[in-house]
Design a protein around this ligand. Sequence first.
Ligand SMILES: Cc1ncc(COP(=O)(O)O)c(C=O)c1O
Length: 403
Amino acid sequence: MRKETLEQLALFGSPPSFAEEIPVGQVNLPPWDEFKAAFNGIFARGHYTNHGPLVAELEEAVKNALGVRHAICVTNGTIALAIAARALRLGGQVIVPAFTFPGTVQALSWAGLEPVFADVDAHTHGLTAASVAPHIGPQTSAVLGVHLWGTACDPSGLAALCDAHGLQLFYDAAHAFGCSHAGQFIGGLGRIEAFSFHATKIISGAEGGCLTTNDDEIAARARTIRNFHQAHSFADVGLRINGKMSEAQAAMALLSLRHFDAHRDHNRRIFMRYRERAAVWRGVRLYDYPNGEAHNYQYAVLEVDSAAGLSRDDLLDLLRAENVLARRYFHPGVHHLSPYAEQARPPLLPVTDALCRSSLQIPLGPRVDEGIAEVICGLIDLALAHADEIGRRLQARREGVPG
Ligand SMILES: Cc1ncc(COP(=O)(O)O)c(C=O)c1O
């Protein structure tokens, strides 16, 4: 139902727009009969993990889909990043954004490295050569860029900067499966890239991840590190870990890959609906994707600025009361989370801090159809039309004043 007046808002006591919660992170489940057939195969073979045929098939399929020489499937995206860092033989400090999922940075710490935070670009939300350069010092060994929301993270600028300073460049591509840069699928940028196949990603193994690279030596090291058993050694590495992907994960991810086009097309339809409606919003910008590139349209990210007349958090409260489980990605920023918040000298990241205050992710995925997107847009229209009054009432409520 489209709400027309303030009194109809759940925030002010009316029933919510949706009886069931609509989360931001949504799961693309495969058709049950395909799932059953895939798992029947696993049961018939009795091969559940340790480099089974489905993992091999998935690695081949990812290589072909992305046009890269090597795909190495692992347990999850965080382990993929830690393995990538070890495969690159990094030491000391790695420059990384704080406007990202905590796993990006935690992976570096688990690999024994010191993350150094650089600010991001206000438009792309990613690192740039200009934002990274001031942080390069004698201890720096690498830059870890994040293709946030699937937008390539300044590949040519960062590559030139890293080459000039003898640094390794690698990427967190967790959001970027099926997204392109300069007409090529993300997967072959930097020395190595790490994808997440988490349940909410467009390619889902329930949990899962994958490393991609065009470098034979780095691939051999990554393949070796992912397996703690010495029978699977392809290169000379030090510490190893259990990063193996199971057959169950590979089966799920293969089914996701089979249905990728349909999932992407659904996402694109909903995203375009949001884009059309966002064009008239004052003070609320929908993060847009690069023109002329392939994209998976997994995320609808809003930035709420002062022109909206109400704060990001007010809009969040309003939507959540309606069972639209919008989320403050990424709040408060990794640099404000333990253990990084305890740094002696907190980093100065004005753009990151501004984005952490202003950004809001709204639902997009298989559980959002055009009707639901319309209702969500209608709620934002209503919020903006009555921004002052909503802000006033919420402020009064926070101060304990009735009304
Ligand atoms: C940008 C980013 N990096 C890393 C990760 C970690 O991936 P995983 O959950 O597969 O460990 C995520 C997870 O959602 C992510 O969004």
